[in-house]
Design a protein around this ligand. Sequence first.
Ligand SMILES: *Cc1c(COP(=O)(O)O)cnc(C)c1O
Length: 405
Amino acid sequence: MTPPDDQRPDRTPGLSTALIHHAYRPPAGFEAVMPGVYKASTVVFPDVHALRTNDWKDKSGYTYGLHGTPTTFTLEERIATLEGGRFCVLAPSGLSALTLVDMAFLRQGDEVLLPDNAYGPGKAFAAGELARWGITHRFYDPMNPADLAARISPATRLVWLEAPGSITLEFPDVPALVAAVRAANAGRERPIVTALDNTWGAGVAFKAFDLGVDVSMQALTKYPSGGADVLMGSVVTRDEALHRAVLLCHMRLGLGVGANDAELVLRGLPSMALRYAAQDATTRALAQWLQPRPGVARVFHPALPDSPGHDAWRRDAHAAACLVSVAFEPTIAQQRIDAFCNALRRFRLGWSWAGPISLCAPYHLPAIRTLGCVAPGGLVRFAVGLESLEDLQADLEQAWHLLLT
Ligand SMILES: *Cc1c(COP(=O)(O)O)cnc(C)c1O
């Protein structure tokens, strides 16, 4: 039996020690197509001086896995480039990136304004958590900049935007909404921050900062990953002070992303623009195909001329994501819509989007809108995957009779 490491008379390291403190270092200069995957909780320092002075905040060094590794720094830089921003912070889901923005910029007594068609879980965070911390929230009509201007109060500190809004895909006039906030900011000690949930545009359809927002957050879960197998989010800024606020809040909350998850997103990025374009083409064709079908009251897709905000979309964006929503005639009962969704084979039932498979989900709008509702009947949101248009049309065709009989 090998004696314990510290009792060996010759001080030859024990087997475990020899394997842990192995002297071999692979040669430097290795270059491959994909960056390496660095995994760490602990990061070791060459000396005490480095331990005391290494600074991860400007990516000039490493201190602890939670504060960044070569893998996460690399992904952050690529997402910043994708968004046309300067700084990026990664979070373990899109929702955690969204709530990070709330927590970085809001304090007790503040108010946050959300578009009425905001991503649902972001509303739930405001109602559930922010309210408990003495932070109020109100909804504004994203299609009416004057409504936003009228709702801004001295307590307003953060305004969320979404382009287009969730489920009904109304495309707002982002520059006009930002202008309303800027006008209210004149003379303020703590200016109002504008934050865009840019999951839909993803940095491909338009550049958030060119439209004037301060912060662009997105769920990397969707397009940047593209695989339906990883959860991650990002917060990108151009302004260093805003970045600092996000970064310090992120560090204090202990948010981090796993190296293997970061690797999956790094793998998705090279094909992202191609996937976006392919899914855009299929979705646009499907939206047009859906419009004249029996039982359809309205199709929501920003590229359709009668979809809300079409003019703003045409002016500010040059592509559209893989989502299309269909509002059915109010005479079509919810149980028929449910039977239709159950009968689909290519469109699977599930949340999220921008992955390889097409998805659908029924919604009941009156339950999720406070400022009026664009569709009184049932609504189904389709998220188009990478299947062929013809196969998706055939799938809808074979189930359509369930809506009408
Ligand atoms: C999916 C999504 C999120 C949240 O992303 P998760 O990674 O699922 O937490 C936030 N905003 C929008 C618009 C989304 O579609």
